[in-house]
Design a protein around this ligand. Structure first.
Ligand code: ZN
Ligand code: ZN
Length: 660
């Protein structure tokens, strides 16, 4: 885990959260006339860091929103909406509640389903949702996110999963919807933090393969996997699990249908409706329709492309664009893509073969994923068409397609190294064609632009999404999302997988198809939504936030450290090293001044000036019998002041003063 990942095999557009470990205070939604108050005694004890703890202690009623379920056949109860929803007919599920409630105490914690998103609602990344009922709990997805340029030195960001660790005894299974990093990437850390390895990871064949590859790298052994398909039905404590095939930018993606004692829940995972998918089946529309007919109490659906009008083009569109570029290219072709985008890799291989070229694979994650996908039968390319990057020199440039990592401009990736001539076996030369078959994740545009400039300087012809259909999204756009809402007809709807703007755009779509506002929950990470026979209740959040992974360190990564790193990167550092003899009240030897990243016109003069100011300040402090700590502080202040006067910058000043 000491190495940085070479390629973020994640979905497009992850964006970091605003602040780490910042549990939010929930505000009571006084604007909502449907608000019903819940007694705080039914509220679960909150996590340590919740700012609401104080309020709860004082007995403050904190319920922000209650949306009673629509009137079905049963008579309206207290708190039920007085009139039917505008399209209550199409959304009501009168007879399909399959579960018995038994003799549970009304209003007790036990007869409520708790839905807790721990990640994925502030950004496209680190997806993780907890479903809990009584003594049983399952988790859907355990993803990570990659840092932005402000999170210096941070390798990875994980959702704060303390809630899962605290409730580990209830954990019956971890369901993974598909093999992207924003759904699987936190698994190694979560598994290491759990005290037992017997919790099954429940997922499809390819996703299992990719996770096993990841665990191997982390040295994690003896993990229990339950491989499932759309045929599988299994029980996980009180939960029943079924899986529905969906299309996405990786094969074997599924939606999860969760039967709970209070109603059925459908979590779509990431999906789009692709009528001509490259690998695997078309979305199982009939299974979705059946689920809708049986009654879905709560739908959680992918919001990534909720702002995009229309429908997302089919992956097959990309094949046409790739074939036409390859047919025209005179020399070598280099294509950068996400290594987990197996459909895309297949299309690249197909187009290469059609144009009579062999495929050379380079980049650590690209090599690993193509190997796993070929072994499991998800990537089909004849052995004699794939060659080792080291053997490329045996072939003419016009006979080669290079498949590599680096579509996000990552400085250590294969493509970046090729562009600056540091790749072991490939150097981009005049006449080469380079295709970016991925969209830059927000925040990575500048890095991608830098690589494009370097490639153009080398004489390459560069194709990006702007110039050809060399990439399409793996996520449903607004018309597809509305179609799903209409097929499923959920009672309650919770947009997931998106930044706040995407979640709200998705909410607007739900309003358009007739789901009333009170039945739609746009939550934040850590929020708790409870369901029982009478309605839905939003409760105080559990501990939430992010965990930074920085090289070998994981966990409580202080924002002070990040601030220091930003400070260092912007203004540099000045270090003053001095030895003092307190009894003689003077400095011994010369005071050494080292500065890095500080812009000055005459460094030698600047250095001497700082040394003189530091010496004078120190000796004055010694004469005044100041403590060493106070002396340090005085030196720091005096030097900071001098540097500000000379440079109008505030570098970090570190006095190192030793007594001899
Ligand atoms: Zn995905
Ligand atoms: Zn995703």
């Amino acid at each position: 885990m000491s190495s940085k990942p070479s390629n973020p095999n994640t979905d497009p557009k992850p964006k970091p959260p605003s602040s780490p470990k910042s549990p939010r205070a929930k505000k009571a939604s006084s604007k909502n006339p449907k608000v019903k108050q819940d007694t705080p005694t039914t509220a679960k004890p909150k996590a340590k860091k919740s700012p609401d703890k104080q309020l709860a202690k004082q007995g403050t009623k904190k319920l922000s929103k209650v949306a009673p379920r629509p009137p079905a056949k049963k008579p309206a109860k207290l708190g039920t909406k007085p009139s039917a929803r505008p399209n209550a007919k199409s959304h009501a599920k009168p007879s399909s509640r399959p579960q018995k409630r038994g003799a549970q105490k009304k209003g007790s914690q036990k007869d409520r389903l708790r839905v807790i998103p721990l990640g994925g609602l502030d950004a496209i990344g680190k997806n993780m949702t907890v479903f809990e009922y009584g003594d049983d709990m399952i988790v859907v997805d355990a993803g990570l996110m990659f840092p932005d340029e402000h999170q210096l030195g941070i390798d990875l960001i994980l959702p704060d999963y303390s809630y899962i660790i605290e409730n580990e005894h209830k954990l019956r299974g971890i369901v993974i919807t598909h093999g992207h990093e924003d759904h699987t990437g936190a698994l190694p850390w979560l598994l290491k933090d759990l005290s037992r390895r017997s919790v099954p990871i429940i997922t499809t064949k390819l996703t299992c393969g990719l996770i096993k590859g990841k665990f191997e790298e982390h040295g994690i052994k003896n993990v229990k996997f339950t491989e499932v398909s759309s045929e599988s039905h299994l029980s996980c404590g009180v939960f029943g699990l079924n899986f529905i095939d969906v299309n996405h930018s990786i094969p074997d993606a599924v939606a999860v249908l969760i039967n709970t004692p209070v109603g059925n829940v459908l979590h779509t995972g990431d999906f789009k409706f692709d009528q001509t998918p490259i690998i695997g089946k078309v979305v199982d529309y009939s299974a979705l329709a059946k689920a809708g007919d049986a009654g879905i109490m709560l739908l959680l659906s992918d919001s990534t492309c909720a702002e995009k009008p229309g429908v997302t083009p089919s992956e097959a569109e990309v094949g046409r664009a790739l074939r036409s570029i390859m047919a025209q290219a005179q020399q070598r072709i280099i294509i950068a893509s996400f290594s987990s985008h197996i459909h895309r890799l297949q299309q690249i291989c197909d187009a290469a073969i059609a144009s009579g070229r062999k495929v050379a694979v380079t980049g650590r994650s690209m090599l690993r994923n193509t190997e796993i996908a070929r072994k499991l039968g998800y990537l089909s390319i004849p052995d004699d068409m794939i060659i080792d990057a080291y053997h490329m020199r045996d072939y003419a440039p016009e006979d080669i397609v290079v498949l590599c990592t680096g579509s996000q401009g990552e400085p250590l990736s294969a493509l970046s190294r090729m562009a600056i001539g540091e790749h072991r076996s490939i150097r981009v030369t005049s006449g080469d064609t380079v295709i970016f078959s991925a969209t830059p994740v927000p925040g990575n545009e500048q890095a991608v632009n830098t690589v494009v400039n370097q490639l153009v300087k080398c004489g390459a012809e560069v194709h990006e999404k702007q110039t050809a259909t060399v990439h399409v999204s793996g996520h449903a756009a607004s018309e597809e999302l509305k179609m799903l809402l209409n097929i499923i007809k959920p009672e309650y709807f919770m947009p997931v997988h998106g930044e706040t703007r995407h979640l709200h755009a998705h909410k607007d779509l739900a309003l358009q198809v007739g789901i009333p506002d009170e039945y739609i929950f746009v939550l934040e990470n850590g929020d708790v939504l409870e369901f029982d026979e009478d309605g839905a209740y939003q409760k105080e959040p559990v501990q939430n936030g992010v965990i930074y992974v920085d090289g070998l360190n994981v966990g409580d990564f202080d924002s002070v450290i990040l601030r220091d790193r930003q400070h260092l990167s912007q203004d540099g550092i000045v270090t003053i090293v001095a030895n003092v003899n307190r009894s003689r009240k003077q400095t011994m030897g010369s005071v050494e001044v080292i500065f890095r990243g500080v812009s000055v016109s005459d460094p030698d003069f600047f250095q001497a000036e700082i040394a003189e100011r530091a010496t004078k300040t120190l000796e004055r402090n010694l004469r005044e019998k100041a403590t060493l700590n106070n002396a340090r502080r005085s030196v720091k202040d005096a030097v900071s002041q001098l540097v500000w006067e000379r440079t109008k910058t505030r570098p970090m000043v570190i006095p190192v003063i030793m007594e001899i």
